[in-house]
Design a protein around this ligand. Sequence first.
Ligand SMILES: Nc1ncnc2c1ncn2[C@@H]1O[C@H](COP(=O)(O)OP(=O)(O)OP(=O)(O)O)[C@@H](O)[C@H]1O
Ligand SMILES: [Mg+2]
Length: 192
Amino acid sequence: MRRIAFWSPKGGVGKTTLALNFAAAAYYAGNKVILCDLDPQRSAFDVFAGRRLPFTVLADKPQVMPNVDYLICDYAPSLDRLPEEETIILPMRASMLDLRAVNRAIRLIRNKRIIKCVNAVDTRRHDERMIAMKLYNEGAHLIKDRSIYVRSIFDGETVFQQNKYGSSDAQNEIRRLLDRVEHPRTLTAKAS
Ligand SMILES: Nc1ncnc2c1ncn2[C@@H]1O[C@H](COP(=O)(O)OP(=O)(O)OP(=O)(O)O)[C@@H](O)[C@H]1O
Ligand SMILES: [Mg+2]
């Protein structure tokens, strides 16, 4: 079983959005998937439980380890509860403030694989593009700013259940993130 944390000390960077879509990518690739919502805000659990998601969403970690391929945890934006999972996907925005906060937070984590995921990148903005490219060259994954991510949540779905403008590009970039997890090719991200 692979245990994946979506964790970041910063709020509103896309932890829940990416955790949900990553869970869907893993499910449609043929895996058994459970998503655990560890945020007291209960965003993933409240909005999606009982809706059209093809995988189970729990309001906490299960007491007994389930027999699944992926246990995916959506963390609160906090340094109080550090992730226990062996792979951490760390969403961030392409900004210097995020970069500094993320690099400080990474120093608290030991012996885990960390994949920085620069989310909602607006490639039309020069400064954002420059930071995103720097991080990409250091091994980060990039996810573009796409209204389909907002729209699908509004519909109680993931981008994998949508057939609207931008959905196939969004599906592809989430699938590439899944591929990064399944086939490690870069070193664990380091604080710099
Ligand atoms: N790639 C993207 N493109 C466009 N909008 C996005 C993208 N990713 C996330 N968003 C939007 O950004 C907002 C914040 O996303 P989300 O709630 O997933 O962040 P979060 O890190 O889980 O927040 P919190 O720290 O409050 O738990 C939401 O409105 C979401 O729809
Ligand atoms: Mg969240």
